[in-house]
Design a binder for this molecule. Structure first.
Ligand SMILES: *Cc1c(COP(=O)(O)O)cnc(C)c1O
Length: 366
C-alpha cells in the first residue's frame, strides 16, 4: 500500500538525535516552560520573521488563546471559512463567540476576499476577528484579505497549521501577515512534534504578553490570576526539544513535498481528475488535493491498486451537527461543491520515486 503518510519513515533517520535531546531533558529535571521552550520560541519567531512566538499545547488552543487575546468573547462573531476542518469554529465556540462563514475561491479553496468584503459590508454583522486558513499549505490571498479586513477594522488571525514555512511572492512567511498567527505541531503537520504542540506568533508585544498569561491560568506572576479567560495550555520541554531538532529540516522537507506535488500535477492526466496548479514557495505541500465529480469511484479505484487516499474535509462546518443545530447557516456553493469532490493523495517527504510513479499510474489508469 502507498500510504497517505508514514511517520516511522519521517522520524526514523532522527532517532538518535531525538533520543539524545530527550535524555538531556530528562536529566535536566525541567519539564514545562523551561529553556528549550524559550529556545524554540525564539528560533521559530526568527524563522517566521515575527517578533514573538508563544508555545502552547496544540493548534486549537493557539486559535482560542489568540482570539481571547484579541478580546473575542461571548456574543461576538468570528468570520472564517467552512472547508477547513472546523478547528476555527471550535476555538470561537470555546470563547463563547459564534462563527460566521465566508465562501472560498474555487481555484485556491481559500477565503474569497470578495465574499469577506460582502460580509463586512452588511451592517450588524461586524465580526470581532477573521480567521484565514492557509488550506493544504497554500498561502491565502493575504494582501487582499488583510486590506479588506483592515478597511473595516477587523483583526486577522492566520491559521498556519498546514503552512509552516510557506512564503509569499514578497518573501514573507506564513504567520507574518495577520495581526496574529496560529500553528499546530501535531505529528503529521509539516513541522510536527512527537505529541501535541502549538504556537501563537505575532509582532504585537502586548498581544504576545496576553497569550503568555492566558496559557498559564491568567497569571501575571506566580499565583496572581489577573487576566480572565486563562487556561493551562503549555508547550512542554520534550516537545520543544524535538521541535528544535526538526526546525532546521523544515525547508528541505517542504521542498521535497513540493517536488512530489509537481510530479503529480505534471504526471496525472485524466479527463475526470482535476489537479492543482504547480506552485512555488507559497505552497508547502502539506496535502496534495485533486478534485473529481466521482470522488467515491476514484477513491475505490485507487484502493484497489493499493494507493491510499483521504478526504480533507468531507463535511462543511455549516453542515456539521454542532453548527446546523444553531440554525441560520448560510449556503456556501463553492465550499459545498469542494467538500463533495476533494481527494488527498499520498504526499510526504519520504515518499520515494517508485511510489510517486505508482500513484500517477494508478490515477491515469482509472
Ligand atoms: C491540525 C489543524 C488545526 C488544529 O491543530 P491541533 O494541534 O490538532 O489542535 C487547526 N487548523 C488547521 C488548518 C489544522 O490543519
Amino acid at each position: 500500500m502507498v500510504p497517505v503518510n508514514d511517520l516511522t519513515r519521517h522520524v526514523g533517520p532522527l532517532r538518535q538525535q531525538l533520543n539524545d535531546v530527550a535524555g538531556q531533558v530528562i536529566a535536566s529535571g525541567c519539564f514545562v516552560l523551561g529553556p528549550r521552550t524559550s529556545a524554540f520560541e525564539s528560533a521559530f519567531a526568527s524563522y517566521c520573521g515575527v517578533e514573538e512566538v508563544v508555545g502552547v499545547a496544540n493548534g486549537t488552543d493557539a486559535l482560542e488563546l489568540a482570539l481571547r487575546a484579541l478580546g473575542v468573547a461571548r456574543g461576538h462573531a468570528v468570520a472564517m471559512v467552512a472547508n477547513a476542518g472546523m478547528y476555527g469554529a471550535t476555538a470561537a465556540l470555546a470563547c463563547g463567540a459564534t462563527p460566521c462563514y465566508v465562501d472560498v475561491e474555487a481555484s485556491s479553496a481559500t477565503m474569497d476576499p470578495a465574499c469577506l468584503e460582502r460580509l463586512l459590508r452588511q451592517t450588524g454583522t461586524r465580526p470581532a476577528a477573521v480567521i484565514v486558513t492557509h488550506l493544504y499549505g497554500r498561502l491565502a490571498d493575504m494582501p487582499r484579505l488583510c486590506e479588506v479586513a483592515r478597511a473595516y477594522g477587523v483583526p486577522v488571525v492566520e491559521d498556519c497549521a498546514q503552512a509552516h514555512g510557506a512564503r509569499g511572492k514578497d518573501g514573507r512567511r506564513a504567520g507574518s501577515y495577520g495581526d496574529v498567527a496560529c500553528f499546530s505541531f501535531y505529528p503529521t503537520k509539516n513541522l510536527g512534534a512527537l505529541g501535541d504542540g502549538g504556537a501563537v506568533a505575532t509582532n504585537d508585544p502586548a498581544l504576545a504578553g496576553r497569550v503568555r498569561r492566558l496559557r498559564q491560568y491568567g497569571w501575571s506572576a506566580k499565583y496572581r490570576n489577573e487576566l480572565a479567560g486563562g487556561r493551562n495550555s503549555r508547550l512542554d520541554e520534550l516537545q520543544a526539544a524535538f521541535l528544535c531538532v526538526m526546525l532546521p529540516l523544515l525547508d528541505g522537507w517542504n521542498a521535497r513535498r513540493r517536488e512530489i506535488a509537481e510530479a503529480y500535477s505534471r504526471g496525472i492526466v485524466h479527463p475526470r481528475i482535476q489537479v492543482p496548479a504547480v506552485a512555488g514557495e507559497e505552497y508547502t505541500g502539506h496535502l496534495y488535493v485533486v478534485r473529481s465529480a466521482d470522488r467515491v469511484g476514484l477513491q475505490a479505484h485507487l484502493a484497489r491498486l493499493n494507493v491510499a487516499s483521504e478526504v480533507h474535509y468531507p463535511i462543511a462546518d455549516t453542515q456539521q451537527t454542532v453548527m446546523a443545530r444553531m440554525g441560520g447557516m448560510p449556503a456556501l456553493p463553492v465550499t459545498e461543491a469542494l467538500c463533495g469532490s476533494v481527494l488527498s493523495l499520498p504526499c510526504f517527504p519520504e515518499l520515494d520515486e517508485v511510489e510517486v510513479a505508482r500513484v500517477i499510474e494508478a490515477c491515469n489508469a482509472w
